[in-house]
Design a protein around this ligand. Structure first.
Ligand code: CTP
Ligand code: MG
Length: 168
């Protein structure tokens, strides 16, 4: 049991930069859409106005910074390396989800259950995998639940702070 807990805590510290990266754009916002207003073959926006360069950059910067701080605090440079992949993965997962939402005909900000909550987590897992990190299935599921709950809670707080117009 102790091994699982230890593994979970370590995995949590690797996902933490992704969580921060995902939350940061909501605070900073942005004005320059990554898709530049372009539409896809279906005539709908490629990503939409909710995905901006400022949001992308602030997310990757904040997550990577947290990775650096964790590396310093824990005396292990691996966390700095992981932080970059974790936050980059989170932002790519978020972009991929918006691409899918637009293809489904969902407007910017429309709710897409599971996709909205887990896109950053799946993206972070994928890039951490590329970086050489391996997680057991139980850790993947436990962290997925935690990520989804944290995302929902953070969005309710952002809504109450009037940072978001919808609580999801
Ligand atoms: N945001 C941003 N750039 C990003 C990601 C997010 O500027 N790369 C900001 C936008 O202000 C966005 C807010 O964070 O509205 C919340 O992000 P999210 O919920 O992912 O976007 P939605 O507006 O809901 O758009 P979508 O339907 O595409 O998910
Ligand atoms: Mg949203």
């Amino acid at each position: 049991m102790a091994v699982v807990v230890e593994e979970f805590l370590q995995a949590f510290l690797l996902i933490l930069p992704a969580m921060l990266a995902n939350a940061t754009p909501v605070v900073f916002g942005g004005s320059r859409p990554i898709d530049g207003g372009r539409v896809f073959l279906d005539g709908r926006r490629l990503l939409g106005d909710g995905k901006t360069w400022e949001g992308l950059a602030s997310g990757i910067a904040a997550g990577s910074l947290l990775g650096g701080l964790l590396a310093y605090a824990l005396g292990d440079p691996l966390y700095a390396y992981a932080g970059v992949f974790s936050s980059l993965g989170a932002m790519l997962g978020d972009l991929a989800a918006s691409f899918v939402k637009r293809r489904l005909g969902l407007e910017r900000g429309a709710p897409a259950p599971l996709l909205d909550q887990l896109n950053f987590y799946v993206g972070a897992l994928a890039l951490l995998y590329v970086a050489g990190f391996r997680f057991t299935l139980s850790v993947v599921i436990a962290l997925g639940l935690l990520s989804a709950i944290a995302h929902l809670a953070a969005n309710v707080v952002a809504y109450l702070l009037r940072l978001k117009s919808v609580p999801w």
